[in-house]
Ligand binder design. Sequence first.
Ligand code: KIV
Ligand code: ZN
Length: 523
Amino acid sequence: MTDKTEQDRVLIFDTTLRDGEQSPGATMTHAEKLEIAALLDEMGVDIIEAGFPIASEGDFEAVKAIAQQSQNAVICGLARAQLPDIDRCWEAVRHAKRPRIHTFIGTSPLHRAIPNLSQDEMAERIHQTVTHARNLCDNVQWSPMDATRTEHDYLCRVVEIAIKAGATTINIPDTVGYTAPRESADLIRMLKERVPGADDIVFATHCHNDLGMATANALAAVEAGARQIECTINGLGERAGNTALEEVVMALKVRNDIMPYRTGVDTTKIIHISRRVAAVSGFPVQFNKAIVGKNAFAHESGIHQDGMLKNAETFEIMRPSDIGLKETNLVMGKHSGRAALRAKLKDLGYDLADNQLKDVFVRFKALADRKKEVYDDDLIALMRDTASDPDGDRIRVKFLRVICGTEAPQSADLTLTIDGEDHQVTATGDGPVDAAFNAVKKLVPHNARLQLYQVHAVTEGTDAQATVSVRMEEEGRIVTGQSADTDTVVASAKAYVHALNRLLVRREKAGTDGKEVSYKVVS
Ligand code: KIV
Ligand code: ZN
């Protein structure tokens, strides 16, 4: 019999770096993955799913490096139900202080049809692969993918086989985001009641958000006995994403009166990691997103403001500081010095080394020269823009001048520094952004299709910085780029170039895997 404290503890399994990164366009660089893993470890996440080691050399190296740097968290890698996958996964995670192998196979009728296995053949495969994993590692997680659409009898049968073969955690994925809270709870309850050995393992819940019910489904599963929630920062993930870590963790904290469970997460780290994941994945957080959206703690209507001034609890169920948001928005300006900037950035979660601060300070001064008041959001945008691509940006915008007016076409004079050499070009277009993009394309010809172009004003006022996000697709490779500037056209050109730099990295990686790819500079 486990004691009460153990029963109340819900393990947080973060899969931002695996299921989240799998989302088209959310690819992170090696250094970015290491940074996010370190932040997750520091915030008290119990298990970090660091990647899918067999997927590519890059994935393998990232999982291995995350395993090597891990401090407290269990480091987990994903493997299909195949022996070479499991061996490769173990090769990567075995460097962790606390490694875990997570192996899975689709068990619903639709998924069983893909490898064309009968129920018996699949059961045998599960026995063989889980046994193999357990012979390598004493911490093994097994998932029947699409569990919520698997026949109950068959689900019970395969879960029992996995437990007997040595699985220590059984994860129940709602792969297509199809279940609803009551059903999610009933499924866990049914498995706990019917499967022999169920009391000796941890049940996990892994929900996708296609119907917007991922958080509710995960919490319902916990109430029925699941003790591990699989989730991602900002709910990042394919299609509508995964359960958002910040939502389940804060729900358990704020409504502990009706959901008396504990996690080990330091919630004051939430806002910083949310911003970092948004920046490196290229998936901005929607303004009205629960917990971490820009408006989540904003009370703008007159009635709300009045109530808030009298008593914050009138409209606030949690304090901004609970997630690490500072309540002050101390304005900085061109007279602010380096020490003030360092202190402000530290407040915002950026602890900079001297050389990094030097670089950021130059950019801050340039911004403060153009903009009288520099707000927190300006600094966050500046930090996002400053984070130099660790893979090395081969292309940089050196100069851009756009001539616009009521008469089309508009024209752009552009100088790009490409691999250290300057290249200049003039191009026209239907509007200033189109002209700037055409100029970039003239210097760096490519066939990538622009899938998304989005502009947001960071703060109010006509001198506000614009943050621009760009998403491009080339031969199935999706990349995103972001930038911020008080000039929307400059921010747009830089975001476009940022995405192109990422595309070059992706092309080069594909090249080392055997496909010859290169890019040509035309000047
Ligand atoms: O959604 C899913 O089924 C998954 C599994 C690999 C666990 O991500
Ligand atoms: Zn998933």
